[in-house]
Design a protein around this ligand. Structure first.
Ligand code: FAD
Length: 289
């Protein structure tokens, strides 16, 4: 199933998982994928980490197993960093062999040892895939608060328009904790004539440490209501997780009420998060059982 076709037909519900790195067995990731597939998402996306101890080979096998063994569509991530034209061709051919025809084309997180080879920006990778492998449905990342390396919000939208014009069929947002920022971004997209469907990526906070890391690595604003909610849990980690899931469920119900194109849950490989999200969306009528 092409994700763009699904988005044209309905509001979607989907999950992200990450495969293990290095030589670790993939059984655990497959178990997580199986548990999440039972929640009947429209697709499950699988992250990609290039280079040394990266997980790019496992991205292909986990994505293939999701399609084959669970009957759910898979969206395989792919980054510019660490990829040449040749490795992109091989990667896409391996995906196609496994029946995976959806790819999320990204620049990639900067890290030592991860270099740009043939593609500087995600838009270059999107254009290459569309030209050489037109059978693929291609998604791209977008940033409700602007990308943290970009000087201002409008320039970030201008760069997003370049990705759409390069051929991006749909967009998935970076995580955000304040829905008002997303609604402002959606208006900005309309102003820039960015018409590709926008899927909202939501990640529940699971602990104080995790939310601090998130704020630094992706630049997401943490509203005071989140800080108050997590502070009320003290050092109780189980309570922090529960509070994070509750906050995320309130967020997705509000997004559902505001007619978003899709809701994508960053599950961090925890099926409990996917299950809670589905229950919340059943409760508000976004999903039907
Ligand atoms: P780009 O669109 O290339 O943008 C990168 C920067 O360059 C931005 O500041 C942008 O404004 C600027 N820019 C873009 N085009 C131009 C231009 N023409 N001229 C000048 N400046 C320009 N990372 C991983 O490593 N693996 C993953 O699996 C992964 N999955 C992700 C999934 C989602 C939904 C999201 C939102 C992010 C994901 N990331 C992942 C993180 C992503 O790689 C980083 O956010 C990265 O910093 C930017 O990626 P991009 O594709 O948006 O890059």
């Amino acid at each position: 199933m092409r994700i763009s076709d699904r988005l044209a037909a309905k509001q979607t519900f989907s999950f992200e998982i990450f495969p293990p790195k290095g030589d670790l067995p993939i059984d655990q990731a497959l178990e997580v994928a199986g548990a999440l597939a039972a929640e009947q998402p429209d697709w499950i996306s699988v992250t990609f980490s290039a280079g040394g101890s990266g997980n790019s080979a496992n991205t292909v096998s986990v994505s293939g197993a999701i399609e084959r063994e669970t009957g759910t569509s898979a969206l395989a991530h792919l980054t510019c960093l660490g990829s040449s034209r040749e490795t992109v061709d091989l990667y896409l051919e391996a995906l196609a062999e496994q029946g995976v025809l959806n790819v999320l084309a990204l620049r990639g997180d900067r890290a030592p040892g991860k270099e740009a080879i043939d593609f500087a920006y995600a838009s270059d990778l999107i254009a290459y895939i569309k030209e050489t492998h037109p059978e693929f449905c291609v998604g791209a990342a977008c940033y409700p608060e602007g990308h943290f390396e970009c000087d201002d919000f409008e320039t970030s939208l201008e760069h997003l328009k370049i990705k759409q014009d390069a051929g991006a069929d749909f967009l998935v947002t970076q995580l955000f904790f304040d829905n008002e920022l997303f609604y402002r971004f959606r208006e900005g997209c309309a102003r820039w004539r960015i018409k590709a469907p926008i899927v909202c990526g939501i990640m529940p906070f699971t602990s104080v440490k995790q939310i601090q890391r998130m704020a630094f690595t992706c630049g997401a604003t943490i509203p005071s209501k989140v800080i108050r909610k997590i502070a009320a849990c003290g050092d109780d980690e189980a309570a922090q997780l529960e509070a994070g899931i509750e906050y995320a469920c309130d967020q997705i119900v509000d997004l559902a009420d505001n007619g978003v194109d899709g809701i994508h849950i960053y599950t961090m490989n925890r099926p409990v998060i996917g299950h809670a999200a589905r229950e919340a969306l059943l409760g508000c009528g976004y999903l039907w059982s």
